[in-house]
Design a protein around this ligand. Structure first.
Ligand SMILES: Nc1ncnc2c1ncn2[C@@H]1O[C@H](COP(=O)(O)OP(=O)(O)OP(=O)(O)O)[C@@H](O)[C@H]1O
Length: 636
């Protein structure tokens, strides 16, 4: 608070609000109409909150049992009012709600808009659309805003006023000027926003954006004696599917999510078995910016007999947290507390039913429209995969749904595709995990698999290492990391390999190779657990793999990064017995020992670099490189 007198207090906006307002006031956001949806959505939320509180305290409803939103336009004065008779706000709530931002991820959002080039860049614009800009969007169209509010059941009323520049005022409001209950948001529109005080414009926008809000909306202008109803507040989800058009679903989704994209998939059904409920759920068309925010909760609303109860109930598992929608049931008692609802076995059972329906709908989409499903997978696949290890019961189903990048090409592959194309002697589903798809594609560990035409899944999401380490076999085929244990590739012939090996004149004998490996083991004693000849290399000289039974290298890297594994397991150094460099080194057993030692250490460093790791001893590396190159160039 910066100033106080007897009637009015001036407050400075919280820093993040000031940044958001700056964004709004200067925004060239392509669709300013959305401010109206934000205000109507807030008004409807306020009505739903009152409905809920009135279950416990019916007196709160007083003489107005029906909830209602009325939009009034005064084109002459360019004034627009959105009035609701919902829960209203006390003085403290006004300060709390309209002076700060409670939403998690706001700072991250603001940083992303700024990084995308600010609100005037197309990317910034898109991000703003994704965020659901809330109350502060009024400053896109208004020079000043008054919020007149009286909390249900209270005798006090308050006026909040701001021009959106740095500060706002809060003052007590005389009973005669105050709403009987609820909130009136009064906008003095900017000169270029006068059309928002025209009735025809308002009607069109409200019907398009807010036609399915669960509270009736009426419109009035200064010449009207009585407001005229625009929408009756009936619940879309209670209607039969056949009566609802795709556009109506889209409008409803947009109203519900505050996003402006089209849903990628709509799941609407009425369950009538053990429990009765209706569910309407959407897979969003784009990825919300806070999908990986650890504080992000699910976004499914729970209604009981059309009364909104909470949007905090766990109606879907975490790995479906991107879904938006609602469940309306008659099976829960209305007067139960939110906390008890959360623990209700009925809710658990509804959640199971809903989860199955959502997964089945995704499976159907995958079968009927591969491109559309792949778009869903691009956005949410990395989240759905969390379910592979979190939801053991549905693991097989989720694995079936999953799509992967692989060495078979650039596109997505399903495990069904993979298994169908397996080599007849191949026993496992091979995968390579890492943090970068391009680096995975060029990994030396893949060479022997590629040479034998064996497909390897390329897993580049952090979540992959976790499920891949624990997943049950899929179609009786276990998962196996290509960087773990011996590759067992000897049983599968490599087309054309023998001929190449035979003609290789510079090839060292088995004894020479064995001597080299023993030497390398002594030199690298501290760093590797074993040195052995490799099945998996064809072009590269060396690679590192995890010992049999040890954790996959990528999983270990992630655990170490997260501080959950302190010491690294020593890897196995595999060397390629057909590589010219390896053979030359093996045949040079009588050469300078120091130089051979340098060469072995350089090979180890090379294997690290190929994995995207850093070389610990950079100075030692460059000295060794200089010595070996100097020696080679001098022709010694
Ligand atoms: N008409 C209203 N009646 C009562 N409270 C309101 C009203 N309008 C806004 N509020 C309060 O102000 C808060 C901030 O509103 P704002 O639209 O910025 O965000 P939100 O509604 O919480 O989030 P979102 O827009 O993402 O749904 C609301 O959560 C609510 O508590």
């Amino acid at each position: 608070m910066t100033k106080t007198d007897k009637t009015s207090e001036s407050h400075v906006f919280e820093a993040d609000v000031a940044r958001l307002l700056q964004l709004m006031v200067h925004s060239v956001y392509s669709d300013r109409d959305v401010f109206l949806r934000e205000l109507i959505s807030n008004a409807a939320d306020a009505c739903e909150k009152l409905r809920y509180e009135a279950l416990q305290t019916p007196e709160l409803l007083g003489k107005q049992p029906e909830m209602r939103i009325v939009v009034t336009a005064d084109p002459e004065k360019r004034v627009l009012t959105i009035a609701d008779n919902g829960i209203g706000m006390s003085r403290d709530e006004l300060v709390e709600s309209l002076g700060t931002i409670a939403r998690s991820g706001t700072r991250a959002f603001l940083e992303r808009v700024e990084a995308a080039g600010g609100e005037k860049s197309p990317n910034g614009d898109r991000l703003i659309g994704q965020f659901g800009i809330g109350f502060y969007s009024v400053f896109m169209v208004a020079d000043s805003v008054d919020v007149l509010s009286r909390r249900a059941g209270s005798t006090d009323a308050w006026r909040w006023t701001s021009t959106g520049s740095g500060s706002y005022e809060v003052a007590p409001l005389a009973a005669a000027d105050a709403p009987e209950r609820g909130t009136h948001v009064v906008l003095q529109l900017k000169e270029d926003a006068g059309r928002y005080a025209e009735r025809a414009t308002l009607e069109r926008i409200i019907k398009a954006q807010s036609g399915h809000v669960a509270v009736p909306i009426a419109i009035a202008d200064t010449s009207d004696a009585e407001p005229v109803e625009l929408s009756d507040g009936s619940a879309l989800w209670a209607k039969a599917k056949a009566e609802i058009s795709e556009q109506e679903y889209t409008d409803f989704y947009r109203g519900l999510s505050g996003h402006y994209d089209d849903p990628a998939l709509t799941v609407h059904f009425r369950a009538e078995g053990r429990h009765e409920y209706s569910a309407l759920a959407f897979v969003p068309g784009s990825r919300p910016f806070d999908l990986f925010d650890p504080d992000r909760k699910g976004r499914m609303k729970l209604y009981v007999k059309r009364v909104f109860i909470t949007d905090d109930a766990e109606l879907l598992p975490r790995y479906l947290r991107f879904m938006r929608g609602l469940v309306d049931t008659a099976d829960l008692p209305l007067n139960v507390s939110r906390e008890m609802i959360q623990e209700s076995p009925i809710l658990t059972s509804i959640s199971r039913g809903l989860t199955s329906r959502v997964l089945t709908a995704l499976e159907k989409l995958a079968d009927s429209d591969g491109d559309k499903f792949e778009a869903v997978w691009n956005n949410f696949g990395s989240v759905i995969k969390e379910g592979i290890y979190e939801d053991f019961e549905r693991q097989e189903q989720l694995l079936g749904l999953a799509r992967f990048r692989s060495t078979a090409g650039e596109g997505w592959r399903s495990l069904k595709d993979y298994v169908a194309d397996m080599h007849d002697k191949q026993e496992a589903i091979y995968f390579l995990a890492g943090d970068n798809l391009e680096r995975l594609r060029s990994s030396p560990q893949l060479e022997g698999f590629r040479a034998r035409g064996l497909e390897v899944l390329l897993l580049s999401d952090p979540v992959d290492s976790f499920w891949a380490a624990t997943a049950k076999p899929f179609a009786d085929r276990p998962f196996k990391s290509v960087t773990q244990g011996a590759a067992d590739l000897a049983a599968i012939p490599r087309p054309g390999a023998d001929a190449a090996d035979e003609t290789d004149k510079g090839k060292a004998s088995d004894t020479e190779l064995a001597t080299l490996m023993a030497f390398a083991k002594t030199v690298l004693e501290e760093k590797v657990s074993a040195v052995r000849a490799s099945d998996r290399l064809t072009d590269s000289a060396v690679c590192l793999v995890a010992p049999e039974g040890g954790p996959d290298r990528e999983l270990e890297r992630i655990l170490r990064g997260a501080g959950q594994a302190s010491t690294a397991t020593k890897p196995v150094l595999e060397i390629n017995p057909s590589h010219a460099l390896v053979n030359a080194l093996a045949k040079n057993a009588g050469g300078q020992k120091a130089l051979r030692e340098d060469a072995v250490r350089l090979l180890f460093d090379e294997a690290l670099v190929m994995e995207g790791e850093r070389i610990d001893d950079a100075r030692g590396f460059s000295e060794r490189l200089a010595r070996v190159l100097g020696h080679a160039l001098a022709g010694k």
